[in-house]
Design a protein around this ligand. Structure first.
Ligand SMILES: [Zn+2]
Length: 388
């Protein structure tokens, strides 16, 4: 005997009476149930089973060989037996959330198919969010079209959603309009959304599309993966993000309607500033090197008082024929020595300075850095003397 699935004809039924048919290791099999099992991408129902004022919590529901298993974590030993009459009740908030999410997924996939011929490859349905994996990338403007149409269906329009259990052969008649494939089963359950969508599905759905309410996309990765909130969560986040946007608009002194555009401008501007900063540093470096503070043994020694990134130094040195030694004084008595001349070692010079004035540090023959304890005023001359 297979469990009678009451949720197919009566998805709004929350309570039911049934008999215990079997007790298995993982839980209880009943003669009939409104508990929808995990499967077909929809999460399993939760709820309670009751017998003589004893309450057993159902944490999840799954299906096995046509039977539905109600998973109960508490100890059943001696408290329940085959043949017992029980009363069951599902967690309605959880289930109604699943119904809204599931129906919203059908319609979103249908819109994508109709408008852009994009298929939905994989879905995940939870009571407060849905994940869709699409067959190809969609653009922002395509997503906009999908959301406008979807929210119209979910809020304003009242499309009727209904199902039919038909023989496999009969299902073939719907093939031209049917979204997805027809499972190879004797009887196939078709889910219709008025005249907009037909698909094969064993899940639970709302009766009218406007029960779903607004949705809110919270992730849109690589244009192929969509994650959106449904139900209460969507409403909560719409309100929250509204406030966030108002704060951004206030902080940046940008009208709400121009936030996206103006922030893109800001990003472009700051990228330009970084570029300008780099070319200024390069020019400054050239100026410093062409006016050395000291020349010793044909080596131009220059003092640099601004920080320079390693990349810039490297590129700059590559373009030079002169023998250069740069002394960079950074914050907190930190000294950086850089040279392009192979007969002079930056690490050796630093070592000598550390011996004389205390501190610690190290590096290579090209670049060395250290913190000098007693930083001397005439460091350039001291280094110059070291070059004998
Ligand atoms: Zn479905």
């Amino acid at each position: 005997m297979m469990t009678i699935r009451l949720y197919w004809d009566e998805p709004y039924k929350r309570e039911f009476n049934a008999r215990i048919d079997e007790i298995v290791r993982d839980g209880i099999i009943l003669s009939r149930t409104v508990f929808h099992p995990e499967g077909g991408n929809q999460a399993g129902d939760k709820g309670i089973l009751e017998k003589d004022n004893q309450i057993f919590k159902v944490d999840n529901t799954s299906s096995l060989n046509g039977n539905i298993i109600h998973h109960i974590s508490s100890d059943l030993q001696g408290r329940l037996k085959i043949g017992d009459k029980i009363k069951g009740k599902i967690d309605w908030d959880h289930r109604y959330g699943l119904m809204k999410s599931h129906s919203s997924q059908h319609l979103l996939s249908a819109i994508l198919k109709r408008e852009f011929d994009i298929n939905t490859n994989k879905v995940k349905i939870r009571d407060d969010f849905v994940v869709l994996n699409l067959s190809q990338k969609i653009t922002d403007s395509q997503l906009l079209k999908v959301l406008l149409t979807a929210n119209e269906f979910f809020i304003q329009k009242k499309l009727r959603i209904f199902q039919k259990l038909v023989p496999f052969e009969e299902a073939q008649n719907y093939k031209p309009q049917l979204r997805g494939t027809i499972p190879n089963k004797k009887k196939v359950r078709l889910v219709f959304t008025e005249d907009y969508d037909i698909t094969c599905c064993g899940g639970t759905h709302v009766k009218y599309s406007n029960e779903i309410g607004p949705i809110l996309v919270f992730e849109f990765k690589k244009g192929k993966k969509l994650k959106y909130y449904t139900g209460k969560k969507a409403i909560e986040y719409i309100a929250k993000y509204n406030i966030d946007f108002l704060n951004i608009s206030e902080k940046f002194q940008i009208p709400l309607s121009e936030v996206n555009e103006r922030i893109n401008c800001q990003i472009e501007n700051s990228e330009k500033l970084v570029e300008n900063n780099i070319s200024l540093k390069k020019e400054l470096l050239e100026l410093v090197v062409s006016n050395p503070s000291l020349i010793k043994n044909n080596i131009k020694i220059s003092y640099v008082s601004f920080p320079i990134e390693f990349d810039i130094l490297n590129e700059f040195f590559d373009s030079l024929a002169d023998k250069i030694l740069l002394i960079l004084k950074l914050e907190n008595q930190v000294l950086k020595i850089v040279t392009n001349y192979e007969n002079v070692s930056a690490a050796e010079i630093l070592d000598k300075l550390l011996n004389k004035f205390g501190g610690k540090g190290g590096g290579s023959s090209f670049i060395a850095q250290g913190k000098i304890e007693k930083f001397p005023d005439d460091i350039l001359n001291i280094i110059g003397q070291m070059l004998h």
